[in-house]
Design a binder for this molecule. Structure first.
Ligand SMILES: [Zn+2]
Length: 64
């Protein structure tokens, strides 16, 4: 059984350094820090390669 150290999927910071938000996607667990959560929300396509299929996610529409 692997004990996986939680790391932000983008910056590799651990929960010792930043709060990490756990999420599930396609049957896998991931962690992301608050700094990178907006990228997942607004630019999910940039995460393709880290999250397979992310390019098909719809960015949240945000009014400026
Ligand atoms: Zn991060």
């Amino acid at each position: 059984m692997d004990s996986i150290q939680p790391l932000c999927l983008l910056c590799d910071q651990t929960s010792d350094q930043v709060p990490l938000i756990k999420m599930q996607y396609r049957g896998r667990d991931y962690w992301i820090c608050p700094q990178h959560l907006p990228k997942l929300i607004h630019n999910p396509a940039e995460l393709e390669g880290i999250l397979p299929g992310a390019k098909d996610l719809q960015p949240s529409q945000h009014e400026h």
